[in-house]
Design a binder for this molecule. Structure first.
Ligand code: B12
Length: 216
């Protein structure tokens, strides 16, 4: 019998090895063995993509290889996200989610969309590289409660400040609660720019949204 720890390690390795078939096989077989899909995403596949990022950082992995790692990650997490049990109690919470302008990273944002959806929220996923005015216009159109944005680059996190500034300029700051996330983003940065919450990961995001809705 293979332990969960061994499965997480194999999942992580499949991403670093850019082995899409292996990643899919691990996702499928783990589900049939009753492994918690969220735990497998966090402790297995996410660990792998972060390690791949470190190798890239040290020049030991090139961009096309990192892209193959990302493809394997997406294939596995798509399967696992579909298997997370859904909760339909929070349909009244409407969210607009996007990766900010100039930033193509959408894996983390995709997990946020999946977890918000399975936790019963109505999620409007605008994709990646989305300008702040487009995000705000969509939030107005659907009468959103929450605007969630993701940034993975030091150079694009300033788009989150731009969004806050635009909300203030348009007199909309009190109408929507904002939540931000992504590797370079911190709680401190959220406070500095006036975002309502920061989330370390997708599940933290779900809990923070519930908290924001209580305070609303
Ligand atoms: C995969 C990856 C890519 C893939 C992206 C594929 C895709 N479709 O997303 C590819 C290969 C295309 C890529 C491209 C680039 N990348 Co890249 N990439 C990564 C890598 C390895 C992993 C990111 C990831 O998917 N992590 C896994 C997910 C699950 O984690 P996450 O994104 O952090 O999201 C979680 C939380 O942060 C949180 N969260 C995130 N967003 C939000 C939003 C909300 C609302 C909430 C509630 C929560 C939340 O919840 C998520 C799930 O738990 C990182 C390294 C790293 N450590 O982050 C580098 C990294 C981000 N990339 C980097 C760079 C430099 C680039 C490029 C500029 C490279 C180049 N020279 O072209 C380009 C970017 C081009 C552009 N304009 O955007 C740098 C950024 C440095 C910096 N700080 O500015 C990093 C840190 C790598 C490095 N160490 O050098 N990249």
């Amino acid at each position: 019998m293979v332990s969960n720890m061994e499965i997480f390690e194999a999942a992580s390795k499949s991403i670093i090895d850019q082995d899409i078939d292996k990643a899919v096989e691990i996702a499928k077989s783990s589900l049939s063995q009753g492994v918690n899909p969220l735990e497998l995403i966090e402790k297995g596949f996410t660990d792998g993509i972060r390690k791949a990022g470190e190798l890239f950082d040290r020049g030991q992995l090139f961009l096309p290889e990192l892209m193959s790692c990302a493809d394997a990650m997406k294939a596995a997490t798509d399967i696992l996200s579909d298997a997370i049990p859904a909760d339909s109690r929070n349909k009244s919470i409407k969210c607009v989610i996007a990766t900010v302008e100039g930033d193509i990273h959408d894996i983390g944002k995709g997990l946020v969309v999946s977890l918000f959806t399975v936790n019963g929220m109505e999620v409007h996923d605008l994709g990646a590289e989305v300008p702040s005015d487009v995000i705000i216009d969509k939030a107005i159109e659907i009468d959103a409660d929450i605007i969630g944005t993701s940034a993975l680059l030091n150079t694009t996190m300033k788009q989150m400040k731009k969004l806050e500034d635009e909300l203030r300029e348009r007199g909309l700051k009190d109408r929507f609660k904002t939540i931000i996330g992504g590797a370079p983003v911190t709680e401190r940065y959220a406070k500095k720019i006036g975002a309502d919450a920061y989330a370390e990961n997708a599940m933290d995001g779900v809990n923070k949204v519930f908290q924001l809705m209580k305070d609303k």
